[in-house]
Design a protein around this ligand. Structure first.
Ligand SMILES: *Cc1c(COP(=O)(O)O)cnc(C)c1O
Length: 354
C-alpha cells in the first residue's frame, strides 16, 4: 500500500493500558466528578438535541472562559482535548522544513505532533534539576527556522516549573509564537496568561482532562490574540468538538468551584506522598507543582514490577533518555497513596536498598 511519504517514520503512541486495581499512570483525577457536577452534566445531556450538529462557534463556553481572564470569545478556542489544539498549533506554525522547539524531556506527544505537521522536532535538553535554559531554547529557535516554541509548565513528566522570568525571557525574545502548555495549571496556580497583554506571540493551552476530571470527554482550550486564534481556526475541522463533550465541559466550568476541595486535597497528598517516599532508601523525589511525582530509584525496574504485582499502575520512564531510573506516580486518593507508600516501603526494604 502506498502511504503518504514520511508516514513510516511516525511512531505510534502506545501506552500499556493495564487493568490496574490502583491506576496512577495517567495523571487523572482519582475520584468521580463532584456530585453536583455529575448531576448538572446528566441534566444537560438529557436535554441535548442529538439530531442536531453541535454549536459550531462554541460561543457560550468560549465567552465564559474568556470572561474569567478579562478576554473576549475571540481570544478562545475549544479543542477535542488540548492535544488537538497542540497539534493544530503545529499545523498552523510548523510545516515542511520548519522547526518546533521544546525543552526535553517533556510531554512525549510534542515530537509526534511536530512530525505529523511535516515539521522538524527540535528538543532542547533540560539542564540540572530539569531546569529550562532560556538562552538554549532561544538559540535553537534562531538556528532552526522555527515556527513554534512549546513550553510545558509545570512540566510533564518531571513535575517541575519554569520560573515566570524564564518564560518571559523566551516569549519576549522568541522569533515565533510561544505556547505554554498549562495542563497542570490548577495544581500550580500560576499562569503565563498575564503576559498576553504585553506579548502578542504568547499562547496558553489548558485542559479539562486533569484537575476538572473530564478526561473521558476530551476537551481543552487555548487562549491567545484574536489574530492567532483565527489562524489556528483554519486548520481545525468543522464540529471538531462534539456536543456531548461541550455540554459536559460547560457544566463543569459553570460549577468549577466544586473542584477546589479536590484540588486542595491532591496538593496536600502530593506533599505527604513526597515526604513519605523520600524517607525510603534509594529513592529521590523531585519537587512537583502537578498532580504527580517523579521519583528516581536505584532499582526502578524492580520497583515498577513490584508495584504492578500489587495491582498498582504507574508510568515507568526509567529507560527514557534523560530520565534514567525515573518513575512517574500520579497522586491518588489518600487510601491509594497509603497503598503506594506501603508497597514501596516493602519493595525497597526487600533488597537493592543502598
Ligand atoms: C495530559 C496532558 C495533555 C493532554 O491533555 P488532553 O486535553 O487530554 O488532550 C497535554 N499536555 C500535557 C503536558 C499533558 O500532561
Amino acid at each position: 500500500m502506498e502511504v503518504r511519504p514520511g508516514l513510516e517514520r511516525l511512531p505510534s503512541y502506545t501506552i500499556d493500558d493495564g487493568e490496574w486495581v490502583i491506576k496512577l499512570d495517567a495523571n487523572e483525577r482519582p475520584t468521580p466528578l463532584p456530585a453536583p457536577v455529575q448531576a448538572a452534566i446528566m441534566e444537560r445531556l438529557a436535554g441535548l438535541s442529538f439530531n442536531r450538529y453541535p454549536d459550531m462557534a462554541m460561543r457560550s463556553l468560549r465567552q465564559k472562559i474568556a470572561a474569567e481572564s478579562g478576554l473576549t470569545a475571540e481570544n478562545v478556542l475549544i479543542g477535542n482535548g488540548s492535544s488537538e489544539l497542540l497539534a493544530a498549533l503545529c499545523y498552523t506554525f510548523g510545516g515542511a522544513g520548519r522547526g518546533i522547539v521544546y525543552p526535553w524531556p517533556s510531554f512525549s506527544m510534542y515530537g509526534i505532533y511536530a512530525k505529523l505537521a511535516d515539521s522538524v522536532a527540535v528538543p532542547v535538553a533540560l539542564g540540572e534539576d530539569f531546569g529550562v535554559d532560556a538562552a538554549a531554547v532561544l538559540a535553537a529557535a534562531e538556528r532552526d527556522c522555527t515556527g513554534l516554541i512549546i513550553l510545558c509548565n509545570p512540566n510533564n513528566p518531571t513535575g517541575t516549573v519554569i520560573p515566570p522570568a524564564v518564560i518571559e525571557k523566551v516569549v519576549a525574545a522568541a522569533p515565533c509564537p510561544v505556547v505554554v502548555d498549562e495542563a497542570y495549571y490548577e495544581f500550580y496556580g500560576q499562569s503565563a496568561l498575564p503576559l498576553l497583554k504585553q506579548y502578542a506571540n504568547l499562547i496558553v493551552v489548558r485542559t479539562f482532562s486533569k484537575a476538572y476530571g473530564l478526561a473521558a470527554a476530551r476537551v481543552g482550550y487555548l487562549l491567545a490574540s484574536g489574530e492567532i486564534t483565527s489562524l489556528v481556526g483554519r486548520v481545525l475541522l468543522p464540529y471538531h468538538v462534539n456536543a456531548l463533550s461541550l455540554a459536559a465541559a460547560e457544566a463543569a466550568y459553570d460549577l468549577r468551584q466544586e473542584f477546589a476541595p479536590g484540588i486542595r486535597q491532591i496538593i496536600a497528598e502530593r506533599q505527604r506522598l513526597a515526604d513519605e517516599l523520600s524517607r525510603l532508601p534509594g529513592i529521590t523525589v523531585y519537587p512537583s507543582a502537578t498532580n504527580f511525582l517523579l521519583v528516581k530509584a536505584v532499582d526502578a525496574k524492580r520497583i515498577s514490577a513490584g508495584l504492578a504485582a500489587c495491582g498498582i499502575g504507574i508510568r515507568d520512564f526509567s529507560a527514557a533518555p534523560g530520565l534514567a531510573g525515573c518513575l512517574r506516580i500520579t497522586v491518588g486518593t489518600p487510601e491509594e497513596n497509603d497503598a503506594v507508600i506501603e508497597a514501596l516501603a516493602a519493595i525497597t526494604q526487600g533488597g537493592a536498598a543502598q
